[in-house]
Design a protein around this ligand. Structure first.
Ligand code: ADP
Ligand code: MG
Length: 567
């Protein structure tokens, strides 16, 4: 081997290293994800390069990532037989910071003029910092690498201060081995020691399970004679189900995967795979659960799907990918063109993410529509579990309001056992009926015994019975369904008559109004603290009187709600 050179890190890199070495960021585990992701990239690049250049003398046999730990030496090695790096590449890639994410991180840190406070801690977690994150857990790192097709190899070493050493060595296997000399363990019982086989298996499964290359480690086990033996085992499942065609994957595999991502022990109600090709490539695998979680309506419940970038797990509960009213949807989105260092903040402003979100939303809604059309039993069970959440979309997602209006179903006076969609309601509307009638209230029986119902019952008009809390809210902003206006039977003019009936009854009412004027004035005076006005009504058949809200007044239930909130 040649002589060892000592070189200085770039100023920027030194800054970053300082940060890592003194890091108090709690989730140090992510370093392994970064190393594995680099190894996986190196295998991808090797495959690509061998494909482009058939002359290249590369070893394509048995591509893999290998992890090796040594308890005594306190080392952890991540090795791959991928593309490797030339000496220049090591200096260029490992010695400098070219990554935009990292540059951005440093810039933010400078803005905050702090390198250790809680703010810095958060930033590290958001950006991830690739190779250098290993300095959170190691006080010395050595890297041995040989580029595919080249003769000589390179050894690089640093303890994270201002300099690193580099030397050319005569021989090494193709690919890269990164060896971490671990800092003394924090935990006395060593439970979270990175040389523990259990810990490594756990981290691989959590962060890198769907890496498409095998991640192997020698595992100790007993053979049939009870002797200890060591054998190389693959730790990751490598099953990127979302990247496989639907007819290649069994329902059992989908269901197992659903249980893995959702922590639900039951099978999902519906599986929704989708993929987009072209300039912005992504795959998604979504699930509609069969049962609502207990916390569906609590404010701080976790929601959202998992985000992967190129098979590398990035985050759980990525809430930007679906609107809040679809918070019960589980699954994975794997985008090809995002940075691994993408943060939640960046995601919120990313145009590509908002395109994915639009598409996923439409896809979920159209899946519900297909259930409604083709498998009404499953639709009903979905609606019982999640309907109240979906209805929030009538208010929060005006772009999809028309689609959602086709999906919602309600109890109605038409059939005490079965809910109805608006479409079905409209098909049953009586000759001369111009509105979809509804009434909100806390239960079916309360609404049905309301005096407001009488005239509608007499006419044979169907009334929707809206009993979810959210119904009070959306009815104020949704005024019609496919051209037919929605009308509360408890508000304003009921609009029961046809035009001719209206004219006739208006003259009649005017006369009656005059006849009863004194009585009505007297009653209004007596009740002045409780009502605005006492009017003659055409809506009652058997009750003597009922309370009606003005068209723009709150419904009684809304009033109760606001009063409960102390307003
Ligand atoms: P990123 O992966 O986002 O580019 P990293 O800090 O993780 O940033 O790595 C920096 C660069 O070092 C990589 O882009 C890659 O070119 C090179 N590199 C790191 N690890 C390996 C490896 N195992 N094999 C080949 N190249 C590697
Ligand atoms: Mg990386």
């Amino acid at each position: 081997s040649t002589q060892v050179e000592t070189l200085e890190f770039q100023a920027e890199t030194r800054q970053l290293l300082q940060l890592m070495v003194h890091s108090i960021y709690s989730n140090k585990d992510i370093f392994l994800r970064e190393l594995i992701s680099n190894a996986s990239d190196a295998l991808d690049k090797l495959r690509l390069e061998a494909f482009r250049d058939k002359e290249l003398a590369v070893d394509l046999a048995d591509p893999r990532v290998e992890i090796e730990t040594d308890r005594e030496q306190r080392t952890l090695t991540v090795r791959d037989n991928g593309i490797g790096m030339s000496r220049d590449e090591v200096v260029g890639l490992i010695g400098t910071i070219a990554k935009s994410g990292t540059a951005e991180l440093l810039q933010k840190m400078q803005q905050q003029e702090t390198t250790s406070g809680p703010a810095a801690k958060e930033l590290i977690g958001q950006f991830g910092v690739g190779f250098y994150s290993s300095f959170m857990v190691a006080d010395r790192i050595s890297l041995l690498t040989k580029r595919a097709g080249e003769k000589q190899a390179t050894r690089w070493e640093s303890n994270g201060d201002a300099t690193y050493t580099i030397e050319t060595v005569d021989d090494a296997p193709q690919g890269t081995a990164v060896t971490l000399h671990l800092k003394p363990a924090d935990d006395e019982d060593n439970l979270f020691d990175y040389t523990s086989e259990w810990k490594i298996r756990e981290l691989v499964r959590r962060y890198s399970d769907f890496i498409t290359w095998p991640i192997k480690m020698e595992i100790e086990s007993k053979d049939s004679e009870g002797e200890n033996k060591r054998e190389l085992k693959t730790l990751n499942s490598m099953k990127a189900l979302w990247a496989r065609a639907r007819d290649e994957v069994s329902d059992k595999e989908y269901n197992d995967f659903y249980k893995h991502v959702s922590h639900d022990w039951r099978d999902p109600l519906e599986i929704i795979p989708l993929r987009a090709e072209g300039t912005f490539e992504y795959q998604a695998l979504l699930f509609l659960p069969a049962h609502a979680p207990a916390d569906l309506f609590t404010r701080d419940a976790k929601r959202g799907v998992q985000l992967y970038v190129k098979r590398v797990f990035i985050m759980d509960n990525c809430e930007t990918l679906l609107p809040e009213y679809l918070r019960f949807v589980k699954g994975v989105v794997d985008a090809q063109d995002l940075s691994l260092n993408v943060s939640r903040e960046i995601l919120q402003q990313d145009r590509q993410i908002s395109l994915i979100r639009r598409r996923l939303t439409k896809k979920v809604l159209s899946s519900v529509q297909s259930l409604l059309n083709d498998d009404v039993e499953r639709y009903r069970s979905l609606w019982t579990e999640f309907g109240a959440a979906v209805k929030e979309g009538l208010l929060s997602d005006p772009d999809n309001r028309d689609t959602i209006l086709e999906l919602v179903s309600f109890s109605s006076t038409h059939d005490p056992k079965q809910q109805t969609t608006l479409r079905q309601y409209v098909e049953r509307m009586k000759e001369g009926q111009r509105h979809i009638y509804y009434m909100t209230g806390s239960s079916r029986s309360i609404i049905e015994s309301s005096p407001h119902m009488e005239a509608f019952r007499a006419k044979g008009y169907e009334v929707l019975l809206l009993t979810d809390a959210v119904d009070e809210v959306w009815v104020d902003s949704v005024t019609e369904f496919d051209g037919t206006p929605l009308q509360s039977i408890a508000k304003g003019e009921a609009g029961l008559e046809t035009d001719e009936e209206k004219e006739a009854s208006e003259t009649e009412r005017d006369e009656k109004q005059k006849e009863f004027a004194d009585l009505l004035a007297w009653m209004t005076g007596k009740l002045t603290e409780h009502v605005k006005e006492v009017r003659l009504s055409t809506r009652l058949t058997t009750s003597a009187a009922c309370l009606v809200s003005a068209a723009d007044d709150m419904t009684p239930a809304m009033e109760r709600m606001y009063r409960a909130m102390g307003q």
